[in-house]
Design a protein around this ligand. Structure first.
Ligand code: SF4
Length: 70
């Protein structure tokens, strides 16, 4: 099973990097804050996208365990 995405909207600064890099997995809500979409994205690309988030809003989980993205 692949990683689960949790996105902290209180931390998102609406940079759009995740939405641009992986629109199949992230989108903006009506407040221009990112949210995960139930799309297929490899764990490798999820890791890359989470690492490139400038605010650290994207958290990845392997089951209940948070993945160390760095
Ligand atoms: S990359 Fe991070 S800060 Fe930028 S829109 Fe996505 S979650 Fe928000």
């Amino acid at each position: 099973m692949g990683y689960t995405v949790r996105l902290d909207k209180d931390v998102c600064i609406s940079s759009g990097k995740c939405v641009d890099a992986a629109p199949e997995a992230f989108r903006f809500d009506d407040d221009a804050l990112a949210e995960p979409v139930d799309g297929a994205l490899s764990d490798e690309r999820l890791l890359e996208t989470a690492r490139n988030c400038p605010s650290g809003a994207i958290e990845l989980y392997d089951g209940e365990t948070q993945v160390d993205i760095f």
